[in-house]
Design a protein around this ligand. Structure first.
Ligand SMILES: [Zn+2]
Length: 192
């Protein structure tokens, strides 16, 4: 079984990520169930060992068929490399719901006072009205989300690749919840 091999890779990983998350922030998806599902889709390749932790995989043989790539010749590295960034897939699950954002977090508006929110990746309260930010109700325009379980596709620049309906529908069928994409650079986690 190809997937049972492990490949040691360098620590050099791109800070640009495409993430897929369920629209229900408290939903927990068992990672073994998710892994089996993505294996079945041939989205996952061999497991990688890296300093980043468990549940990291090379991309599988059908990876390219689940995304629409923008631009005529996407310059993405699909094979694991020891010394340069490449595409990989990682599965995450946390016990507390996380607000996942990054250096590219877009401006938005507080749902209570409607004031503009800037650089709010480290606070749970609105800096204008002090009300709790409704993190899952604010439109972050694909630059942040709240979730307990999510999928990372590493080394994808913002809007470079868009997940297609076949992939998103299959995740919805598996979990009963719609899944959405976000593009994150230099990820920050904030426990909610
Ligand atoms: Zn406010």
């Amino acid at each position: 079984m190809r997937n049972e091999q492990k490949k040691e890779v360098g620590a050099m990983m791109s800070e640009y990520k495409l993430m897929l998350y369920p629209a229900e922030p408290d939903l927990v998806v068992d990672l073994n169930t998710l892994k089996k599902h993505l294996n079945h889709l041939k989205l996952l390749g061999m497991e990688l060992t890296s300093s980043l932790g468990n549940n990291h995989y090379a991309v599988g043989e059908s990876f390219l068929s689940y995304f629409t790539f923008m631009g005529c010749s996407p310059d993405i590295e699909l094979d694991p490399q020891p010394d340069k960034p490449f595409c990989y897939i990682a599965l995450h699950s946390t016990s507390a719901t996380q607000f996942v954002s990054g250096a590219n977090l877009k401006k938005s508006r507080c749902t209570s006072c409607k004031n503009e929110l800037k650089n709010v990746s480290t606070t749970l309260l609105c800096p204008h009205c002090d009300n709790p930010l409704e993190l899952d109700k604010i439109n972050w325009r694909k630059s942040a989300f709240t979730a307990k379980t999510w999928i990372t596709i590493g080394n994808i620049y913002e809007l470079e690749a868009i997940p297609n309906d076949e992939l998103l529908d299959s995740l919805k069928k598996l979990t009963g919840v719609q899944w959405k994409p976000a593009y994150i650079r230099h990820m920050k986690l904030l426990e909610t």
